[in-house]
Design a protein around this ligand. Structure first.
Ligand code: NAP
Length: 285
Protein backbone atom coordinates (compact mmCIF):
# COMPACT_ATOMS: atom_id res chain seq x y z
CA UNK A 1 0.00 0.00 0.00
CA UNK A 2 1.02 3.58 -0.60
CA UNK A 3 2.41 5.69 2.23
CA UNK A 4 -0.10 8.43 1.31
CA UNK A 5 -3.49 8.29 3.02
CA UNK A 6 -4.73 10.47 0.14
CA UNK A 7 -3.37 8.92 -3.03
CA UNK A 8 -2.36 10.87 -6.14
CA UNK A 9 -2.23 9.47 -9.66
CA UNK A 10 -1.79 11.06 -13.09
CA UNK A 11 -1.48 10.37 -16.80
CA UNK A 12 1.29 12.11 -18.71
CA UNK A 13 1.39 12.59 -22.47
CA UNK A 14 1.46 15.16 -25.26
CA UNK A 15 -1.28 15.74 -26.30
CA UNK A 16 -3.24 14.62 -23.25
CA UNK A 17 -6.42 16.74 -23.54
CA UNK A 18 -8.34 13.85 -25.14
CA UNK A 19 -7.68 11.50 -22.21
CA UNK A 20 -10.67 10.37 -20.16
CA UNK A 21 -8.44 8.71 -17.55
CA UNK A 22 -9.31 11.29 -14.83
CA UNK A 23 -13.06 10.60 -15.33
CA UNK A 24 -12.50 6.83 -15.38
CA UNK A 25 -10.51 6.81 -12.16
CA UNK A 26 -12.74 9.34 -10.35
CA UNK A 27 -15.73 7.10 -10.98
CA UNK A 28 -13.85 4.06 -9.66
CA UNK A 29 -12.65 5.98 -6.56
CA UNK A 30 -16.23 7.15 -5.91
CA UNK A 31 -17.66 3.65 -6.41
CA UNK A 32 -15.14 1.97 -4.09
CA UNK A 33 -14.70 4.79 -1.55
CA UNK A 34 -10.99 5.26 -2.28
CA UNK A 35 -9.53 8.58 -1.10
CA UNK A 36 -7.58 9.54 -4.21
CA UNK A 37 -7.28 11.98 -7.11
CA UNK A 38 -6.19 11.49 -10.73
CA UNK A 39 -5.04 14.33 -13.00
CA UNK A 40 -3.81 14.64 -16.58
CA UNK A 41 -0.51 16.42 -17.22
CA UNK A 42 0.77 17.62 -20.56
CA UNK A 43 4.39 16.55 -20.74
CA UNK A 44 6.53 17.35 -23.77
CA UNK A 45 9.40 14.93 -24.39
CA UNK A 46 11.90 17.49 -23.05
CA UNK A 47 10.19 17.32 -19.60
CA UNK A 48 9.98 13.54 -19.39
CA UNK A 49 13.18 13.03 -17.43
CA UNK A 50 12.33 15.78 -14.88
CA UNK A 51 8.84 14.31 -14.53
CA UNK A 52 10.31 10.90 -13.64
CA UNK A 53 12.50 12.51 -10.97
CA UNK A 54 9.41 14.20 -9.46
CA UNK A 55 7.72 10.79 -9.46
CA UNK A 56 10.75 9.17 -7.84
CA UNK A 57 10.68 11.76 -5.06
CA UNK A 58 7.13 10.71 -4.16
CA UNK A 59 4.89 13.29 -5.87
CA UNK A 60 2.48 10.62 -7.17
CA UNK A 61 1.50 7.09 -6.19
CA UNK A 62 1.27 5.90 -9.77
CA UNK A 63 1.52 7.22 -13.33
CA UNK A 64 0.01 6.24 -16.64
CA UNK A 65 2.03 7.04 -19.75
CA UNK A 66 0.31 7.87 -23.00
CA UNK A 67 1.05 9.05 -26.54
CA UNK A 68 3.90 9.58 -27.55
CA UNK A 69 6.03 8.45 -24.59
CA UNK A 70 5.33 4.72 -24.10
CA UNK A 71 8.65 3.67 -25.57
CA UNK A 72 10.74 6.78 -24.80
CA UNK A 73 10.01 6.33 -21.09
CA UNK A 74 11.80 2.97 -20.89
CA UNK A 75 15.42 4.21 -20.53
CA UNK A 76 14.28 6.48 -17.66
CA UNK A 77 12.96 3.57 -15.58
CA UNK A 78 14.88 1.31 -13.19
CA UNK A 79 13.15 -1.92 -14.01
CA UNK A 80 10.58 -3.43 -16.38
CA UNK A 81 8.02 -6.06 -15.56
CA UNK A 82 8.85 -9.10 -17.81
CA UNK A 83 5.73 -8.62 -19.96
CA UNK A 84 6.45 -4.91 -20.51
CA UNK A 85 9.97 -5.97 -21.48
CA UNK A 86 8.63 -8.43 -24.08
CA UNK A 87 6.18 -5.86 -25.45
CA UNK A 88 8.74 -3.04 -25.46
CA UNK A 89 6.27 -0.41 -24.31
CA UNK A 90 5.12 0.95 -20.93
CA UNK A 91 1.81 2.62 -20.05
CA UNK A 92 1.86 2.21 -16.24
CA UNK A 93 4.66 3.02 -13.77
CA UNK A 94 4.98 2.38 -10.04
CA UNK A 95 7.41 3.81 -7.52
CA UNK A 96 8.67 0.98 -5.36
CA UNK A 97 10.70 2.73 -2.63
CA UNK A 98 12.43 4.99 -5.14
CA UNK A 99 12.71 2.39 -7.93
CA UNK A 100 10.53 3.17 -10.96
CA UNK A 101 9.04 0.00 -12.44
CA UNK A 102 7.31 -0.08 -15.85
CA UNK A 103 4.32 -2.24 -16.70
CA UNK A 104 2.10 -2.71 -19.74
CA UNK A 105 -1.66 -3.05 -19.30
CA UNK A 106 -2.69 -2.05 -22.86
CA UNK A 107 -2.31 -5.65 -24.11
CA UNK A 108 -4.72 -6.81 -21.39
CA UNK A 109 -7.20 -4.04 -22.21
CA UNK A 110 -7.12 -5.03 -25.88
CA UNK A 111 -7.57 -8.75 -25.11
CA UNK A 112 -10.51 -7.94 -22.84
CA UNK A 113 -12.05 -5.83 -25.60
CA UNK A 114 -11.81 -8.78 -28.03
CA UNK A 115 -13.41 -11.08 -25.47
CA UNK A 116 -16.25 -8.67 -24.58
CA UNK A 117 -17.04 -8.17 -28.27
CA UNK A 118 -16.94 -11.93 -28.98
CA UNK A 119 -14.08 -11.67 -31.44
CA UNK A 120 -11.85 -14.69 -31.86
CA UNK A 121 -8.58 -13.99 -33.66
CA UNK A 122 -7.59 -17.66 -33.60
CA UNK A 123 -6.44 -18.54 -37.14
CA UNK A 124 -7.34 -15.09 -38.52
CA UNK A 125 -5.32 -12.77 -40.78
CA UNK A 126 -4.85 -9.38 -39.13
CA UNK A 127 -3.50 -6.01 -40.22
CA UNK A 128 -2.20 -3.56 -37.62
CA UNK A 129 -1.85 0.03 -38.80
CA UNK A 130 0.82 1.93 -36.83
CA UNK A 131 3.88 0.76 -34.95
CA UNK A 132 3.99 2.89 -31.80
CA UNK A 133 3.57 2.01 -28.14
CA UNK A 134 -0.02 0.79 -28.44
CA UNK A 135 0.74 -1.23 -31.60
CA UNK A 136 3.42 -3.23 -29.74
CA UNK A 137 0.90 -4.20 -27.05
CA UNK A 138 -1.74 -5.08 -29.64
CA UNK A 139 0.56 -7.26 -31.72
CA UNK A 140 1.59 -9.01 -28.48
CA UNK A 141 -2.09 -9.63 -27.64
CA UNK A 142 -2.87 -10.89 -31.18
CA UNK A 143 0.09 -13.30 -31.00
CA UNK A 144 -1.14 -14.61 -27.63
CA UNK A 145 -4.69 -15.01 -28.98
CA UNK A 146 -3.47 -17.22 -31.83
CA UNK A 147 -3.66 -15.04 -34.96
CA UNK A 148 -2.58 -16.86 -38.12
CA UNK A 149 -0.84 -13.83 -39.63
CA UNK A 150 -0.21 -10.22 -38.60
CA UNK A 151 0.90 -7.59 -41.13
CA UNK A 152 2.13 -4.38 -39.51
CA UNK A 153 2.08 -1.24 -41.65
CA UNK A 154 3.35 2.14 -40.56
CA UNK A 155 4.16 5.45 -42.24
CA UNK A 156 7.78 5.07 -41.02
CA UNK A 157 8.66 1.63 -42.29
CA UNK A 158 11.72 1.30 -40.05
CA UNK A 159 9.47 1.49 -36.97
CA UNK A 160 7.25 -1.37 -38.15
CA UNK A 161 10.38 -3.38 -38.98
CA UNK A 162 11.68 -2.77 -35.45
CA UNK A 163 8.36 -3.84 -33.94
CA UNK A 164 8.37 -7.07 -35.94
CA UNK A 165 11.98 -7.81 -35.04
CA UNK A 166 11.26 -7.24 -31.34
CA UNK A 167 8.08 -9.31 -31.16
CA UNK A 168 9.24 -12.13 -33.45
CA UNK A 169 11.13 -13.62 -30.52
CA UNK A 170 7.76 -14.66 -29.05
CA UNK A 171 7.76 -18.10 -30.61
CA UNK A 172 4.54 -19.32 -32.14
CA UNK A 173 3.26 -20.26 -35.58
CA UNK A 174 2.02 -16.79 -36.53
CA UNK A 175 3.40 -15.13 -39.66
CA UNK A 176 4.37 -11.71 -38.29
CA UNK A 177 5.66 -9.32 -40.92
CA UNK A 178 6.06 -5.66 -41.77
CA UNK A 179 4.69 -4.22 -45.00
CA UNK A 180 5.37 -0.81 -46.58
CA UNK A 181 2.59 1.75 -46.12
CA UNK A 182 2.05 1.89 -49.91
CA UNK A 183 1.09 -1.80 -49.84
CA UNK A 184 -1.43 -1.48 -47.01
CA UNK A 185 -4.38 -1.94 -49.36
CA UNK A 186 -2.96 -5.22 -50.68
CA UNK A 187 -2.50 -6.59 -47.15
CA UNK A 188 -6.00 -5.45 -46.19
CA UNK A 189 -7.56 -7.28 -49.13
CA UNK A 190 -6.70 -10.62 -47.57
CA UNK A 191 -7.27 -9.66 -43.91
CA UNK A 192 -10.31 -10.29 -41.74
CA UNK A 193 -9.36 -8.04 -38.80
CA UNK A 194 -7.95 -4.51 -39.25
CA UNK A 195 -6.75 -2.57 -36.20
CA UNK A 196 -5.98 1.15 -36.30
CA UNK A 197 -3.42 2.07 -33.63
CA UNK A 198 -2.51 5.50 -35.05
CA UNK A 199 -4.05 8.76 -33.79
CA UNK A 200 -5.49 9.42 -37.28
CA UNK A 201 -9.15 10.36 -36.82
CA UNK A 202 -8.63 11.86 -33.37
CA UNK A 203 -8.29 15.52 -32.40
CA UNK A 204 -8.07 18.25 -34.99
CA UNK A 205 -8.50 16.00 -38.06
CA UNK A 206 -11.65 13.95 -37.35
CA UNK A 207 -12.35 13.34 -41.05
CA UNK A 208 -9.05 11.60 -41.72
CA UNK A 209 -8.93 7.85 -42.17
CA UNK A 210 -5.83 5.68 -41.63
CA UNK A 211 -6.51 3.18 -44.43
CA UNK A 212 -7.70 3.35 -48.05
CA UNK A 213 -11.51 3.09 -48.11
CA UNK A 214 -11.32 0.91 -51.20
CA UNK A 215 -9.63 -1.85 -49.16
CA UNK A 216 -12.38 -1.98 -46.52
CA UNK A 217 -15.09 -4.62 -47.00
CA UNK A 218 -18.28 -5.58 -45.18
CA UNK A 219 -16.83 -8.94 -44.11
CA UNK A 220 -13.98 -7.37 -42.11
CA UNK A 221 -13.88 -6.52 -38.41
CA UNK A 222 -12.59 -2.97 -37.96
CA UNK A 223 -11.10 -2.05 -34.60
CA UNK A 224 -10.05 1.52 -33.81
CA UNK A 225 -8.36 1.91 -30.44
CA UNK A 226 -9.33 5.59 -30.39
CA UNK A 227 -12.27 6.19 -28.05
CA UNK A 228 -12.59 9.96 -28.40
CA UNK A 229 -14.48 10.35 -30.70
CA UNK A 230 -16.40 7.12 -30.08
CA UNK A 231 -16.73 6.61 -33.84
CA UNK A 232 -13.84 7.75 -35.97
CA UNK A 233 -14.31 8.21 -39.72
CA UNK A 234 -12.67 4.75 -40.13
CA UNK A 235 -15.43 3.17 -38.01
CA UNK A 236 -18.21 5.31 -39.50
CA UNK A 237 -17.23 4.21 -42.99
CA UNK A 238 -17.02 0.56 -41.92
CA UNK A 239 -20.44 0.76 -40.27
CA UNK A 240 -21.96 2.32 -43.40
CA UNK A 241 -20.82 -0.60 -45.55
CA UNK A 242 -21.85 -3.24 -42.99
CA UNK A 243 -18.54 -4.19 -41.36
CA UNK A 244 -18.40 -5.07 -37.65
CA UNK A 245 -16.83 -2.15 -35.77
CA UNK A 246 -15.25 -1.83 -32.30
CA UNK A 247 -13.94 1.35 -30.69
CA UNK A 248 -11.25 1.74 -28.01
CA UNK A 249 -13.52 2.28 -25.00
CA UNK A 250 -13.42 -1.27 -23.59
CA UNK A 251 -9.66 -1.43 -24.08
CA UNK A 252 -9.34 1.92 -22.33
CA UNK A 253 -11.46 0.85 -19.36
CA UNK A 254 -9.60 -2.42 -18.80
CA UNK A 255 -6.09 -0.97 -19.19
CA UNK A 256 -7.08 1.63 -16.58
CA UNK A 257 -8.48 -0.91 -14.12
CA UNK A 258 -5.42 -3.13 -14.51
CA UNK A 259 -3.19 -0.10 -13.77
CA UNK A 260 -5.14 0.58 -10.59
CA UNK A 261 -4.76 -3.05 -9.44
CA UNK A 262 -0.98 -2.71 -9.91
CA UNK A 263 -0.72 0.60 -8.02
CA UNK A 264 -2.99 -0.54 -5.17
CA UNK A 265 -1.28 -3.98 -5.01
CA UNK A 266 -4.78 -5.42 -4.78
CA UNK A 267 -7.37 -6.87 -7.20
CA UNK A 268 -9.89 -4.08 -6.71
CA UNK A 269 -11.14 -4.08 -10.33
CA UNK A 270 -13.61 -7.02 -9.96
CA UNK A 271 -15.56 -4.84 -7.49
CA UNK A 272 -16.14 -2.08 -10.08
CA UNK A 273 -19.59 -1.71 -11.68
CA UNK A 274 -18.44 -1.56 -15.33
CA UNK A 275 -21.88 -0.58 -16.69
CA UNK A 276 -22.02 2.43 -14.42
CA UNK A 277 -18.45 3.36 -15.36
CA UNK A 278 -19.20 3.02 -19.09
CA UNK A 279 -22.32 5.17 -18.79
CA UNK A 280 -20.38 7.95 -17.06
CA UNK A 281 -17.58 7.85 -19.63
CA UNK A 282 -20.02 7.95 -22.55
CA UNK A 283 -21.48 11.21 -21.20
CA UNK A 284 -18.03 12.77 -21.68
CA UNK A 285 -17.69 11.65 -25.31
P1 NAP B 1 2.73 6.51 -30.40
O1 NAP B 1 3.61 5.61 -29.62
O2 NAP B 1 3.12 7.93 -30.53
O3 NAP B 1 2.55 5.86 -31.87
C1 NAP B 1 1.79 6.48 -32.85
C2 NAP B 1 1.82 5.66 -34.14
O4 NAP B 1 0.94 6.26 -35.08
C3 NAP B 1 3.19 5.59 -34.80
O5 NAP B 1 3.33 4.37 -35.46
C4 NAP B 1 3.12 6.75 -35.80
O6 NAP B 1 3.95 6.56 -36.93
C5 NAP B 1 1.66 6.66 -36.24
N1 NAP B 1 1.15 7.96 -36.67
C6 NAP B 1 1.09 9.10 -35.96
N2 NAP B 1 0.53 10.09 -36.69
C7 NAP B 1 0.25 9.54 -37.90
C8 NAP B 1 -0.32 10.06 -39.10
N3 NAP B 1 -0.72 11.34 -39.19
N4 NAP B 1 -0.48 9.23 -40.16
C9 NAP B 1 -0.08 7.93 -40.08
N5 NAP B 1 0.49 7.39 -38.96
C10 NAP B 1 0.63 8.19 -37.89
O7 NAP B 1 1.24 6.51 -29.79
P2 NAP B 1 0.47 5.34 -29.02
O8 NAP B 1 0.70 5.48 -27.57
O9 NAP B 1 0.78 4.07 -29.71
O10 NAP B 1 -1.08 5.78 -29.26
C11 NAP B 1 -1.64 5.74 -30.55
C12 NAP B 1 -3.15 6.00 -30.48
O11 NAP B 1 -3.78 4.96 -29.75
C13 NAP B 1 -3.55 7.29 -29.80
O12 NAP B 1 -4.65 7.81 -30.50
C14 NAP B 1 -3.96 6.84 -28.42
O13 NAP B 1 -4.89 7.72 -27.82
C15 NAP B 1 -4.61 5.49 -28.73
N6 NAP B 1 -4.57 4.56 -27.58
C16 NAP B 1 -5.76 4.09 -27.09
C17 NAP B 1 -5.72 3.20 -26.02
C18 NAP B 1 -6.99 2.67 -25.45
O14 NAP B 1 -6.96 2.19 -24.31
N7 NAP B 1 -8.10 2.69 -26.15
C19 NAP B 1 -4.51 2.77 -25.47
C20 NAP B 1 -3.35 3.25 -26.04
C21 NAP B 1 -3.38 4.15 -27.10
P3 NAP B 1 5.55 6.89 -36.92
O15 NAP B 1 6.23 5.67 -36.39
O16 NAP B 1 5.83 7.16 -38.34
O17 NAP B 1 5.73 8.10 -36.04
Amino acid sequence: MSIHPHRKFAVIGDPVDHSLSPQLHKNVFDQLGIDAEYTKLKCPESDLSAMMERFRSGEWDGLNITIPHKQKIIPLLDKLNPRAHSIGSVNCVTNDNGALIGYNTDWFGFSMSLKLNQISVQGQSCVVIGAGGAANAIVYALLREGANSIAVSNRSHTNSEKLVEKLSVIQNDCLLHSIPFEQLNVAMNSASIIVNTTPVGMGSNPDEIPAPKTAITSSQILIDIIYSPMKTEFLKFGERIGAKIINGLDMFIYQGLASLDIWMKDRISPRVDINDLKKILETHL
